[in-house]
Design a protein around this ligand. Structure first.
Ligand code: NAD
Length: 258
């Protein structure tokens, strides 16, 4: 079997949080193209249903939509139960839901701080923990968490200390889970994208005016596209990455090199 065949995900069962749109939808599409069955997990059930339908129609795989808030342990447990009821097992978890708030540190309320940390860091912990429990029992699995280049550098000029702290937390959480679960065949890795064109960046009134500035700072002179994160996630989800765990993959067009 050639390497491309070995990288296919036929029959694997995967959930993607924040899968209705943006990076989650794009990576879920790649998983489906590689043959996996997918649960699209999102706060926005209508959009999640649309995405799941699209994946089924275009790829002949099975896809379901599940409404869940990743900050709510009951939602996360119910989501896992529904995934297991539908698919019978769980091979891959893409813990990807996240938000950003641009507020100067000295003006940020504790509630605003907590909201970002809850979704971006505690949400990844809750979903990875729930997935890990199933995978440890099954004897293996792969967890991919979405961090950010903001876990490595401080973005400018927008003030986003809670986001940066949450994403640095995701990178270290990923490494910690990878070490705890390595000997039991559950791999945990993260991706750290640079600026990617999604609703989060392109449709945010506060960020839109900054895009030109970011592009001028970027060695490639542009933002990334969600599709440019697909192949690394297919690699991490599949069996050819069996020696890859505890790693963070920066995909930023060399933004953090300078
Ligand atoms: P997006 O806003 O386009 O999509 C995020 C999705 O997550 C939405 O469908 C939203 O409904 C869902 N979501 C939000 N809160 C949720 C919750 N509590 N529970 C369940 N679902 C929830 O964003 P995106 O750009 O696709 O970002 C996806 C991930 O990638 C985030 O973790 C983000 O921090 C990270 N990221 C984005 C960029 C970028 O430039 N776009 C760069 C680096 C990292």
């Amino acid at each position: 079997m050639g390497i491309i065949e070995k990288m296919r995900l036929d029959g694997k069962k995967i959930f993607v949080t924040g899968g209705a749109r943006g990076i989650g939808k794009s990576v879920a599409t790649a998983f489906a193209e590689a043959g996996a069955d997918i649960a699209i997990v999102d706060l926005d059930l209508e959009e999640a249903k649309k995405t799941a339908r699209e994946l089924e129609e275009n790829n002949g795989i099975q896809s379901i939509a599940i409404k869940a808030d990743v900050t709510n342990p009951e939602d996360v447990n119910a989501m896992i139960e529904q995934v297991l009821e539908t698919f019978g097992r769980l091979d891959v978890a893409f813990c990807n839901a996240g938000i950003c708030m641009n507020i100067p540190a000295e003006e940020m309320t504790y509630e605003q701080w907590k909201k970002v940390i809850d979704i971006n860091l505690s949400g990844v912990f809750l979903t990875a923990q729930a997935a890990g429990k199933v995978m440890l029992k099954q004897g293996g699995g792969s967890i991919i968490n979405t961090a950010s280049m903001s876990g490595h550098i401080v973005n400018v000029p927008q003030p986003q200390c809670s986001y940066n702290a949450s994403k640095a937390g995701v990178i270290q959480l990923t490494k910690s889970l990878a070490v705890e679960w390595a000997a039991r065949n559950v791999r945990v890795n993260s991706i750290s994208p640079g600026y990617i064109g999604t609703e989060l960046t392109l449709n945010s009134p506060s960020l839109q005016p900054l895009i030109q500035q970011w592009n001028e700072m970027a060695p490639l002179g542009r933002m990334g596209k969600p599709e440019e994160l697909q192949s690394i996630c297919v690699y991490l989800a599949g069996d050819t990455s069996s020696f890859t765990t505890g790693s963070d993959f920066v995909i930023d067009g060399a933004f953090t090199c300078i």
